[in-house]
Design a protein around this ligand. Structure first.
Ligand SMILES: [Zn+2]
Length: 219
């Protein structure tokens, strides 16, 4: 079980890189195991990552001696996983367009119906706090409000899922949404879909039985 989770984490990190979501050596990912967490290590190119490089964090955030140094943003992962028992995996990126919009400290509105795959009517932006801090984790938890993705002001984005694959999906979708928003904003003010239309979209996805979005939270 634990070997499978380590392998999945390595595969997810490589996919994040292959999708262009991790400029430089930015970005990290985690998955819950029991009451602990597996996280990617700090400062290693994903192309060189192997299962033994994955760091196991205990419930108090400590790592056993002999392991790699965990990502500097391990607290973001640990605290969100503790607060959100409904999800088990997290992908965090500094992907270009999400990070660009995050510097404006504003949400990404529903300019495309695929926004529902993030479990909300827009992609909120968490208040700024220093990377790796308790405050950043709290800020992200507050912004997510039960949804599956948010921007982190002047930093990047975070996406949640019940599995690593299901966390990677909104991470990629939200980056596409951010790119569409950025491009549209160059030539005008994009129209935003209203809550009624987004509800219809959720019903349509549920009807197809594929790409089923998570239930919309009341916010
Ligand atoms: Zn970061």
């Amino acid at each position: 079980m634990t070997q499978r989770l380590r392998d999945e984490l390595v595969a997810t990190a490589r996919q994040m890189s292959a999708l262009g979501l991790t400029p430089g050596m930015s970005g990290n990912a985690s998955v819950r195991f029991g009451d602990g967490v597996y996280v990617t290590p700090s400062g290693m190119p994903y192309s060189e990552l192997v299962a033994d490089d994955i760091v196991r964090l205990e419930p108090d955030g400590s790592a056993r001696p002999g392991q790699r140094t965990p990502t500097t943003e391990w607290r973001l992962h640990k605290d969100i996983l503790a607060a959100r028992q409904d999800i088990h995996a997290i992908v965090h990126t500094h992907s270009l367009f999400c990070t660009t919009i995050s510097t404006l400290r504003r949400p990404i509105p529903a300019i495309h119906y695929m926004v529902v795959l993030a479990g909300s009517d827009e992609i909120p932006c968490a208040e700024y706090a220093t990377f790796g801090s308790v405050e950043l984790a709290q800020s992200a938890i507050a912004a997510l409000r039960g949804g599956d993705a948010c921007l982190l002001a002047n930093h990047g984005m975070i996406a949640l899922g019940t599995t690593l694959a299901r966390a990677l999906r909104p991470a990629a979708e939200v980056e596409t949404l951010a790119a569409q928003y950025w491009h549209a904003a160059q030539i005008g003010s994009p129209h935003v879909l209203d809550a009624g239309e987004l509800q219809k979209v959720r019903a349509r996805f549920a009807e197809y039985g594929q790409q089923k979005p998570r239930t919309r939270r009341s916010w």
